[in-house]
Ligand binder design. Structure first.
Ligand code: NDP
Ligand code: PYC
Length: 338
């Protein structure tokens, strides 16, 4: 097998930024989008790493994302802040609102950010990690495309609807989980399809409702929710809170709007931030210290915390660089020339 090619994180970032700038994306947005893609690759989250560049370029070429959209903040001074992405990528919109969200959360104990009309392709841990850096807990969620059958059903209706939670840890990496509410992210199935490998049992059903391990049949059929009816209910909650409640698309509407799954979805997103110290103030207890008691006890049982693998991958990549296959490098070269 060919040796992988190793690039430093900064070198990869520079290349991906340039690809987006050359595709006509305004500088600040190109930086934000490249930042989350390279962070995904750096943290060994391949389903939302450089594999996503192609999807983003496709949606740009189709004219279904605004490359020059400047996020517009709407602040009525309440606990609900809005940022209109104007049909641009979600990541620059979050960046534009992040400081105000943190400030308002510290002032009120709780605040929410509504992101409107954004092209959403990324992992959600970026949002909750950024807020954990500010000492805040948070929840982030959004609809996606209706690839997923509700538990007990056989037809696509719910999105793969990601859900992330972050909790700050004094002096250490935050506690972060971030997952699709389908058994796996759609990107994982797509990576199996490209590699010509079967998907694990229990991920999906074919168009006749039969269990399948064939990635093509799965993409043509329906994905399944994690944890059966429990994941189905959480996914439904995300449709309601980050779709219906915001007056933005739910996953089925997002799919209808784009006219198929060939392009990444456009919809809204919701981030809820909480200041643990405000909630605990009258108890006289230190919520972060209490949190440490639990998180340390989990580790003491030999159980790993979510994101530990990711943080370890990050440290390794920062030290040793990011290894890319021949095919991945060739694809980067092609994107730079196109
Ligand atoms: P995974 O199943 O890979 O991981 C889910 C979470 O569980 C991670 O926080 C992971 O931490 C943790 N975890 C995994 N194994 C263990 C373990 N043995 N013990 C403890 N924790 C564990 O995620 P998904 O495939 O469901 O989702 C991947 C990404 O796709 C997410 O980042 C999500 O935001 C994104 N996504 C985005 C969508 C969008 O519309 N924008 C739609 C759907 C998904 P670790 O990373 O350290 O392994
Ligand atoms: O992996 O399911 C997924 C996904 C959909 C949109 C972005 N990622």
């Amino acid at each position: 097998m060919a040796e992988p090619h190793v690039l430093s994180v900064d070198a990869l970032l520079q290349r991906v930024e340039t690809i987006f700038e050359r595709a006509g994306v305004r500088r600040e947005s190109a930086k934000a989008v490249a930042g989350v893609i390279v962070a995904g690759e750096r943290d060994s989250c391949k389903s939302h790493g450089i594999y996503r560049i192609e999807g983003c370029l496709k949606v740009l070429a189709a004219g279904k994302v605004e490359p020059n959209a400047v996020p517009q903040l709407h602040d009525a001074g309440t606990s609900v802040i809005e940022v209109d992405a104007g049909g641009g990528f979600s990541n620059p919109a979050f960046h534009a609102a992040r400081d105000l969200l943190a400030e308002r959360t510290r002032a009120n104990g709780i605040a929410a950010l509504v992101i409107r009309d954004c092209l959403h392709f990324s992992a959600l841990w970026h949002d909750v990690e950024a807020l954990a850096e500010e000492g805040l807990a948070s929840l982030s969620m959004c609809p996606s495309y209706s690839f997923v059958a509700p538990a007990g059903g056989t037809e696509q209706l719910l999105g793969t609807n990601p859900f992330a939670f972050g909790w700050p840890r004094p002096g250490g990496d935050p506690y972060v989980f971030d997952f699709a509410t389908s058994v796996a992210a759609r990107g994982e199935i797509e990576l199996h399809r490209r590699a010509g490998t079967p998907i694990p049992e229990g991920w999906a059903i074919d168009r006749d409702g039969n269990p399948t391990t064939d990635p093509d049949a799965a993409l043509d059929g329906a994905m399944l929710t994690f944890g059966g009816h429990k994941g189905s209910a959480i996914s439904t909650m995300i449709e309601l809170l980050a779709g219906a409640m915001l007056g933005e698309f739910m996953s089925k509407e997002a799919l209808d709007f784009m006219g198929g799954t060939a392009l990444l979805p456009r919809h809204g997103a919701l981030v809820i931030a909480l200041d643990p110290r405000t909630f605990a103030a009258r108890s006289g207890r230190d919520p972060l210290a209490e949190g440490e008691t639990l998180l340390t006890a989990i580790g003491a049982q030999g159980a790993r915390l979510p994101s530990e693998r990711r943080f370890a991958a990050r440290r390794k990549a920062m030290r040793d660089g990011i290894a890319l296959s021949e095919a991945e490098l060739a694809q980067l070269d092609r994107f730079e020339k196109d």
